[in-house]
Design a protein. Structure first.
Length: 188
């Protein structure tokens, strides 16, 4: 059984949550899924104090907020699935803060090396209205950290509410991405 950690960047249960549900459905049964709403956690921005660089074998972040517990979950997960709507041409501030704080996992022994990450984004405009920039950030971070980046699913343009629920094409595409993720996890 694979452990999938979903880090949800949306402050509400809306489009991004629905698309994430479809991706998870596409992955099939038999996975342990832990969903964490980042907006419900107390995660401070990185202070660039570099305390984390002085610790080997553990994150070593000096802040002592909710990110401490999240570090352990990220290290233990078989897949970290980051999800976010696109706000102002990027991921939400909560996702960005959590991502920046992952620097504490890169120092010393590289605690993320070999882990698997993927990304689910929703955007009101087309995929090049910020989703492309968010994808670059995650792909580059993954490459730098030695993370196996399994790709992204971008639902764009993503309609609201009933129109999203009625969109067979968006649902099928999201489930297809979930199947790709499941295949990649089986190949480990």
């Amino acid at each position: 059984m694979n452990h999938v950690l979903v880090l949800e960047g949306s402050p509400r249960k809306g489009n991004t949550s629905a698309v994430t549900d479809w991706v998870l459905a596409g992955m099939g049964k038999g996975n342990k899924v832990t969903r964490v709403k980042l907006c419900e956690l107390d995660i401070h921005p990185c202070q660039a104090c570099l305390a984390c660089t002085k610790t080997k074998g553990a994150p070593g972040c000096a802040q002592g907020d909710d990110m401490t517990e999240l570090y352990d979950k990220m290290i233990d997960a078989d897949l970290v699935l980051w999800t976010s709507p696109i706000y102002c041409w990027s991921v939400t501030a909560r996702v960005k803060s959590a991502l920046e704080r992952c620097f504490a996992l890169l120092t010393g022994e590289g605690l993320l090396k070999g882990s698997k990450w993927a990304l689910v984004l929703t955007a009101g405009g087309d995929a090049f209205d910020g989703a492309d920039l968010a994808v670059q950030v995650f792909a580059r971070f993954s490459r730098y950290a030695g993370i196996e980046y399994l790709g992204q699913h971008v639902a764009a343009p993503c309609p609201d509410g009933a129109k999203l629920a009625a969109s067979a094409a968006l649902r099928s595409s999201a489930r297809g991405f979930g199947k790709e993720l499941a295949k990649a996890l089986r190949a480990k």
